[in-house]
Design a binder for this molecule. Structure first.
Ligand SMILES: Nc1ncnc2c1ncn2[C@@H]1O[C@H](COP(=O)(O)OP(=O)(O)OP(=O)(O)O)[C@@H](O)[C@H]1O
Length: 330
Protein backbone atom coordinates (compact mmCIF):
# COMPACT_ATOMS: atom_id res chain seq x y z
CA UNK A 1 0.00 0.00 0.00
CA UNK A 2 1.18 3.53 -0.80
CA UNK A 3 0.02 6.74 0.86
CA UNK A 4 0.91 10.11 -0.61
CA UNK A 5 0.28 12.81 1.99
CA UNK A 6 0.32 16.56 1.35
CA UNK A 7 2.95 16.24 -1.35
CA UNK A 8 4.18 19.60 -2.68
CA UNK A 9 7.11 20.13 -5.03
CA UNK A 10 8.91 23.22 -6.30
CA UNK A 11 11.58 23.40 -8.98
CA UNK A 12 13.66 26.61 -8.85
CA UNK A 13 10.91 28.51 -7.00
CA UNK A 14 8.24 27.31 -9.45
CA UNK A 15 5.51 25.37 -7.71
CA UNK A 16 4.84 22.18 -9.74
CA UNK A 17 2.60 20.22 -7.37
CA UNK A 18 0.58 21.41 -4.38
CA UNK A 19 -0.87 19.38 -1.56
CA UNK A 20 -1.35 16.08 -3.41
CA UNK A 21 -3.09 13.36 -1.38
CA UNK A 22 -4.04 9.86 -2.49
CA UNK A 23 -3.49 6.23 -1.60
CA UNK A 24 -3.18 2.96 -3.48
CA UNK A 25 -4.23 -0.32 -1.86
CA UNK A 26 -2.58 -3.69 -2.49
CA UNK A 27 -3.75 -5.17 -5.78
CA UNK A 28 -5.08 -1.81 -6.94
CA UNK A 29 -4.24 -0.01 -10.19
CA UNK A 30 -4.31 3.77 -9.96
CA UNK A 31 -3.77 5.97 -12.99
CA UNK A 32 -2.65 9.57 -12.83
CA UNK A 33 -3.97 11.52 -15.79
CA UNK A 34 -3.17 15.05 -16.85
CA UNK A 35 -1.78 17.18 -19.61
CA UNK A 36 1.88 17.07 -20.54
CA UNK A 37 4.02 18.81 -17.94
CA UNK A 38 1.45 18.71 -15.11
CA UNK A 39 3.78 16.72 -12.84
CA UNK A 40 2.74 13.07 -13.26
CA UNK A 41 6.27 11.70 -13.71
CA UNK A 42 7.48 13.86 -10.83
CA UNK A 43 5.01 12.07 -8.53
CA UNK A 44 6.32 8.66 -9.64
CA UNK A 45 9.93 9.80 -9.19
CA UNK A 46 9.15 11.05 -5.70
CA UNK A 47 7.55 7.76 -4.66
CA UNK A 48 10.56 5.88 -6.07
CA UNK A 49 12.95 8.09 -4.07
CA UNK A 50 14.49 9.67 -7.19
CA UNK A 51 13.07 13.14 -6.46
CA UNK A 52 14.35 13.84 -2.99
CA UNK A 53 13.37 17.46 -2.41
CA UNK A 54 9.71 17.76 -1.52
CA UNK A 55 7.26 18.67 1.20
CA UNK A 56 4.82 16.13 2.59
CA UNK A 57 5.24 12.44 3.09
CA UNK A 58 5.20 9.17 1.19
CA UNK A 59 4.31 6.03 3.16
CA UNK A 60 4.95 2.57 1.76
CA UNK A 61 3.17 -0.09 3.80
CA UNK A 62 3.63 0.82 7.45
CA UNK A 63 6.78 2.85 6.85
CA UNK A 64 6.74 6.57 6.12
CA UNK A 65 9.69 7.06 3.83
CA UNK A 66 10.62 10.70 3.80
CA UNK A 67 12.81 10.70 0.69
CA UNK A 68 15.95 11.56 2.62
CA UNK A 69 15.59 8.72 5.10
CA UNK A 70 14.75 5.68 2.98
CA UNK A 71 16.76 5.49 -0.21
CA UNK A 72 15.42 4.22 -3.50
CA UNK A 73 17.02 0.78 -3.23
CA UNK A 74 15.17 0.15 0.06
CA UNK A 75 11.69 1.21 -1.04
CA UNK A 76 10.49 -2.09 -2.59
CA UNK A 77 9.47 -0.20 -5.70
CA UNK A 78 9.75 -1.39 -9.31
CA UNK A 79 9.90 1.50 -11.79
CA UNK A 80 9.25 1.05 -15.50
CA UNK A 81 10.44 4.19 -17.27
CA UNK A 82 8.72 5.61 -20.33
CA UNK A 83 11.69 4.79 -22.59
CA UNK A 84 12.40 1.59 -20.56
CA UNK A 85 15.91 2.88 -19.66
CA UNK A 86 17.58 -0.46 -20.49
CA UNK A 87 21.37 -0.53 -20.72
CA UNK A 88 22.28 -0.72 -24.43
CA UNK A 89 25.75 -2.20 -23.79
CA UNK A 90 24.36 -5.14 -21.75
CA UNK A 91 22.39 -8.12 -23.06
CA UNK A 92 18.93 -9.10 -21.79
CA UNK A 93 20.22 -11.39 -19.05
CA UNK A 94 22.71 -8.80 -17.82
CA UNK A 95 20.07 -6.06 -17.82
CA UNK A 96 17.85 -8.14 -15.55
CA UNK A 97 20.61 -9.35 -13.24
CA UNK A 98 21.83 -5.75 -12.82
CA UNK A 99 18.93 -5.20 -10.42
CA UNK A 100 19.99 -8.19 -8.31
CA UNK A 101 23.46 -7.10 -7.24
CA UNK A 102 22.76 -7.86 -3.58
CA UNK A 103 22.25 -11.59 -4.22
CA UNK A 104 24.96 -14.23 -4.42
CA UNK A 105 25.91 -15.28 -7.96
CA UNK A 106 24.02 -18.58 -7.54
CA UNK A 107 20.79 -16.94 -6.30
CA UNK A 108 21.08 -14.21 -8.90
CA UNK A 109 21.34 -16.73 -11.76
CA UNK A 110 18.38 -18.68 -10.37
CA UNK A 111 16.21 -15.54 -10.15
CA UNK A 112 17.20 -14.41 -13.66
CA UNK A 113 16.19 -17.82 -15.03
CA UNK A 114 12.83 -17.55 -13.25
CA UNK A 115 12.22 -14.06 -14.66
CA UNK A 116 13.24 -15.01 -18.21
CA UNK A 117 10.76 -17.84 -18.09
CA UNK A 118 7.99 -15.87 -16.41
CA UNK A 119 8.21 -13.03 -18.93
CA UNK A 120 8.60 -15.35 -21.91
CA UNK A 121 11.97 -14.01 -23.00
CA UNK A 122 14.19 -17.11 -22.70
CA UNK A 123 14.99 -17.16 -26.46
CA UNK A 124 16.23 -13.57 -26.20
CA UNK A 125 18.49 -13.91 -23.14
CA UNK A 126 21.74 -13.28 -25.01
CA UNK A 127 20.41 -10.57 -27.33
CA UNK A 128 21.49 -6.95 -27.17
CA UNK A 129 18.67 -4.47 -26.49
CA UNK A 130 18.69 -3.06 -30.04
CA UNK A 131 17.96 -6.58 -31.34
CA UNK A 132 14.59 -6.66 -29.54
CA UNK A 133 11.18 -5.37 -30.65
CA UNK A 134 9.44 -2.64 -28.62
CA UNK A 135 7.20 -5.23 -26.94
CA UNK A 136 10.17 -7.47 -26.04
CA UNK A 137 12.09 -4.49 -24.64
CA UNK A 138 9.11 -3.68 -22.48
CA UNK A 139 9.03 -7.25 -21.10
CA UNK A 140 12.71 -6.99 -20.22
CA UNK A 141 12.05 -3.65 -18.47
CA UNK A 142 9.17 -5.17 -16.50
CA UNK A 143 11.22 -8.29 -15.66
CA UNK A 144 13.99 -6.00 -14.34
CA UNK A 145 11.48 -3.96 -12.33
CA UNK A 146 10.00 -7.17 -10.85
CA UNK A 147 13.39 -8.76 -10.12
CA UNK A 148 13.47 -7.81 -6.44
CA UNK A 149 9.81 -8.74 -5.87
CA UNK A 150 8.60 -5.17 -5.28
CA UNK A 151 5.35 -4.31 -3.50
CA UNK A 152 4.82 -1.28 -5.69
CA UNK A 153 4.99 -0.97 -9.45
CA UNK A 154 5.36 2.45 -11.05
CA UNK A 155 4.71 2.61 -14.79
CA UNK A 156 5.35 5.74 -16.85
CA UNK A 157 3.38 5.67 -20.14
CA UNK A 158 3.77 1.87 -20.38
CA UNK A 159 1.91 1.50 -23.67
CA UNK A 160 3.21 4.55 -25.50
CA UNK A 161 5.72 2.68 -27.69
CA UNK A 162 3.47 -0.24 -28.64
CA UNK A 163 1.18 -0.62 -31.67
CA UNK A 164 -2.55 -0.90 -31.03
CA UNK A 165 -2.74 -4.76 -31.23
CA UNK A 166 0.13 -5.18 -28.77
CA UNK A 167 -1.23 -2.42 -26.54
CA UNK A 168 -4.42 -4.34 -25.94
CA UNK A 169 -2.64 -7.63 -25.17
CA UNK A 170 -0.05 -5.94 -22.95
CA UNK A 171 -2.75 -4.12 -21.01
CA UNK A 172 -4.51 -7.38 -20.14
CA UNK A 173 -1.23 -9.11 -19.34
CA UNK A 174 -0.06 -6.29 -17.09
CA UNK A 175 -3.39 -6.10 -15.29
CA UNK A 176 -3.21 -9.84 -14.53
CA UNK A 177 0.39 -9.54 -13.32
CA UNK A 178 -0.49 -6.72 -10.91
CA UNK A 179 -3.51 -8.60 -9.55
CA UNK A 180 -1.64 -11.94 -9.29
CA UNK A 181 1.16 -10.45 -7.17
CA UNK A 182 -1.18 -8.13 -5.27
CA UNK A 183 0.96 -5.11 -6.16
CA UNK A 184 0.03 -1.48 -5.67
CA UNK A 185 0.43 -0.07 -9.17
CA UNK A 186 0.59 3.56 -10.21
CA UNK A 187 0.42 4.27 -13.88
CA UNK A 188 0.96 7.56 -15.65
CA UNK A 189 -0.60 8.36 -18.99
CA UNK A 190 -2.33 11.10 -20.90
CA UNK A 191 -4.50 8.58 -22.77
CA UNK A 192 -7.92 8.63 -21.14
CA UNK A 193 -9.21 5.46 -22.86
CA UNK A 194 -6.22 3.52 -21.60
CA UNK A 195 -6.76 4.91 -18.10
CA UNK A 196 -10.45 3.99 -18.07
CA UNK A 197 -9.87 0.45 -19.28
CA UNK A 198 -7.06 -0.61 -16.93
CA UNK A 199 -7.57 1.34 -13.69
CA UNK A 200 -9.44 0.72 -10.46
CA UNK A 201 -9.08 4.41 -9.59
CA UNK A 202 -8.09 7.54 -11.49
CA UNK A 203 -6.59 10.83 -10.34
CA UNK A 204 -6.81 13.93 -12.55
CA UNK A 205 -4.02 16.46 -12.10
CA UNK A 206 -4.42 20.03 -13.27
CA UNK A 207 -2.86 23.32 -12.29
CA UNK A 208 -0.66 21.77 -9.55
CA UNK A 209 -3.63 20.07 -7.84
CA UNK A 210 -5.16 16.63 -7.78
CA UNK A 211 -8.62 17.81 -8.91
CA UNK A 212 -10.42 14.53 -8.34
CA UNK A 213 -9.41 11.06 -7.19
CA UNK A 214 -12.02 8.35 -7.34
CA UNK A 215 -13.00 4.95 -8.70
CA UNK A 216 -13.02 4.81 -12.49
CA UNK A 217 -16.78 4.59 -12.67
CA UNK A 218 -17.40 7.36 -10.13
CA UNK A 219 -14.99 9.81 -11.73
CA UNK A 220 -16.52 9.15 -15.16
CA UNK A 221 -20.14 9.37 -14.10
CA UNK A 222 -19.77 12.07 -11.44
CA UNK A 223 -17.01 14.46 -12.51
CA UNK A 224 -16.63 17.34 -10.06
CA UNK A 225 -16.18 20.00 -12.72
CA UNK A 226 -15.97 20.73 -16.42
CA UNK A 227 -12.20 20.10 -16.61
CA UNK A 228 -12.56 16.55 -15.30
CA UNK A 229 -15.66 15.82 -17.39
CA UNK A 230 -14.05 17.12 -20.57
CA UNK A 231 -10.81 15.27 -19.85
CA UNK A 232 -12.46 11.87 -19.50
CA UNK A 233 -15.44 11.98 -21.84
CA UNK A 234 -16.60 13.60 -25.07
CA UNK A 235 -19.18 16.11 -23.96
CA UNK A 236 -21.30 19.04 -25.12
CA UNK A 237 -22.14 22.06 -23.00
CA UNK A 238 -25.85 22.64 -23.56
CA UNK A 239 -27.15 26.07 -24.60
CA UNK A 240 -29.50 28.01 -22.31
CA UNK A 241 -32.31 27.42 -24.79
CA UNK A 242 -32.31 23.68 -24.02
CA UNK A 243 -31.76 24.16 -20.30
CA UNK A 244 -34.84 26.40 -20.05
CA UNK A 245 -37.01 24.05 -22.05
CA UNK A 246 -36.05 21.16 -19.78
CA UNK A 247 -36.86 23.36 -16.80
CA UNK A 248 -33.37 23.02 -15.31
CA UNK A 249 -32.18 25.66 -12.82
CA UNK A 250 -28.48 26.54 -12.90
CA UNK A 251 -26.50 28.68 -10.48
CA UNK A 252 -23.80 31.11 -11.68
CA UNK A 253 -21.14 28.47 -11.04
CA UNK A 254 -22.87 25.62 -12.88
CA UNK A 255 -23.21 24.37 -16.44
CA UNK A 256 -25.29 21.59 -18.00
CA UNK A 257 -23.41 18.96 -19.98
CA UNK A 258 -24.28 15.84 -21.93
CA UNK A 259 -22.11 13.12 -23.49
CA UNK A 260 -21.83 13.39 -27.26
CA UNK A 261 -22.94 9.75 -27.56
CA UNK A 262 -26.27 10.67 -25.91
CA UNK A 263 -27.09 13.34 -28.52
CA UNK A 264 -28.93 12.16 -31.64
CA UNK A 265 -30.47 13.87 -34.61
CA UNK A 266 -33.46 12.53 -36.51
CA UNK A 267 -36.54 13.63 -38.40
CA UNK A 268 -38.55 12.73 -35.30
CA UNK A 269 -39.92 16.00 -34.01
CA UNK A 270 -38.63 17.46 -30.71
CA UNK A 271 -38.52 20.93 -29.20
CA UNK A 272 -35.17 21.56 -30.87
CA UNK A 273 -35.10 21.92 -34.61
CA UNK A 274 -31.47 22.03 -35.75
CA UNK A 275 -29.33 22.98 -38.70
CA UNK A 276 -26.01 21.45 -39.72
CA UNK A 277 -23.07 23.83 -39.58
CA UNK A 278 -20.36 21.37 -40.62
CA UNK A 279 -19.80 17.66 -41.06
CA UNK A 280 -16.66 15.53 -41.37
CA UNK A 281 -16.49 11.91 -42.52
CA UNK A 282 -14.67 9.79 -39.89
CA UNK A 283 -15.10 6.26 -41.29
CA UNK A 284 -17.77 4.64 -39.14
CA UNK A 285 -19.62 7.90 -38.54
CA UNK A 286 -19.77 11.57 -39.37
CA UNK A 287 -18.82 14.19 -36.82
CA UNK A 288 -21.61 16.69 -37.25
CA UNK A 289 -21.66 20.19 -35.81
CA UNK A 290 -25.20 21.40 -35.32
CA UNK A 291 -26.95 24.44 -33.92
CA UNK A 292 -30.44 24.76 -32.47
CA UNK A 293 -32.26 27.00 -34.96
CA UNK A 294 -33.84 29.17 -32.27
CA UNK A 295 -30.64 29.41 -30.15
CA UNK A 296 -29.57 33.05 -30.00
CA UNK A 297 -26.26 32.11 -28.35
CA UNK A 298 -25.35 30.19 -31.54
CA UNK A 299 -23.81 27.45 -29.41
CA UNK A 300 -22.49 24.53 -31.45
CA UNK A 301 -23.28 20.96 -30.46
CA UNK A 302 -21.26 17.99 -31.68
CA UNK A 303 -22.93 14.73 -32.55
CA UNK A 304 -21.71 11.51 -34.12
CA UNK A 305 -24.08 10.05 -36.66
CA UNK A 306 -24.07 7.81 -39.70
CA UNK A 307 -26.65 10.27 -41.11
CA UNK A 308 -28.19 7.24 -42.85
CA UNK A 309 -31.65 7.34 -41.28
CA UNK A 310 -32.05 11.07 -41.71
CA UNK A 311 -33.62 12.90 -44.59
CA UNK A 312 -31.73 16.17 -44.60
CA UNK A 313 -34.20 17.65 -47.08
CA UNK A 314 -36.86 17.60 -44.34
CA UNK A 315 -36.79 19.29 -40.96
CA UNK A 316 -34.64 17.47 -38.43
CA UNK A 317 -34.27 17.72 -34.68
CA UNK A 318 -31.99 17.13 -31.73
CA UNK A 319 -33.23 14.28 -29.53
CA UNK A 320 -31.86 14.18 -26.01
CA UNK A 321 -33.24 12.89 -22.72
CA UNK A 322 -33.41 14.99 -19.58
CA UNK A 323 -31.96 12.14 -17.50
CA UNK A 324 -28.77 12.20 -19.60
CA UNK A 325 -28.07 15.83 -18.71
CA UNK A 326 -25.56 16.43 -15.90
CA UNK A 327 -25.21 19.60 -13.88
CA UNK A 328 -21.62 20.28 -12.86
CA UNK A 329 -19.37 23.12 -11.73
CA UNK A 330 -17.79 25.24 -14.48
N1 LIG B 1 14.53 18.22 -12.24
C1 LIG B 1 13.76 19.21 -12.69
N2 LIG B 1 14.14 20.49 -12.61
C2 LIG B 1 13.36 21.51 -13.05
N3 LIG B 1 12.13 21.32 -13.57
C3 LIG B 1 11.68 20.05 -13.69
C4 LIG B 1 12.47 18.94 -13.26
N4 LIG B 1 11.75 17.80 -13.50
C5 LIG B 1 10.58 18.21 -14.04
N5 LIG B 1 10.53 19.54 -14.16
C6 LIG B 1 9.39 20.33 -14.65
O1 LIG B 1 8.26 19.97 -13.87
C7 LIG B 1 7.08 19.92 -14.66
C8 LIG B 1 6.44 18.57 -14.52
O2 LIG B 1 7.24 17.60 -15.20
P1 LIG B 1 6.79 16.07 -15.32
O3 LIG B 1 7.82 15.37 -16.14
O4 LIG B 1 6.51 15.55 -13.97
O5 LIG B 1 5.42 16.21 -16.13
P2 LIG B 1 4.49 15.09 -16.78
O6 LIG B 1 3.10 15.40 -16.37
O7 LIG B 1 5.02 13.73 -16.46
O8 LIG B 1 4.70 15.40 -18.34
P3 LIG B 1 4.65 14.42 -19.62
O9 LIG B 1 3.24 13.91 -19.72
O10 LIG B 1 5.00 15.34 -20.76
O11 LIG B 1 5.68 13.33 -19.41
C9 LIG B 1 7.52 20.28 -16.08
O12 LIG B 1 7.26 21.64 -16.28
C10 LIG B 1 9.00 19.98 -16.09
O13 LIG B 1 9.67 20.83 -17.01
Amino acid sequence: MVNVNNLSIKFNDTQILEDINFSVQNGEIVTLLGQSGCGKTTILRTIAGLQREHDGNICIGEVCVSSKEVYKQDREVGYIFQDYALFPHLDVEENISFALDKLSRKDRNKRVDELLEQFDIIPHRKKQIHQLSGGQQQRVAIARAMANKPKILLLDEPFANLDSQLRYKTKMWLKNLIKKYNLSAILVTHDKKEALSISDKIGIIHDKKLLQFDTTKAIYTKPINYYVANFLAEINILPIEIIKDFDIALSEEQIAIIEISKCKISNESSLFEVEIIDKSFCGEYYEVLIKIKSDKENKLIMIKSSLEQINLENKFYLNIKKEDIQIILK
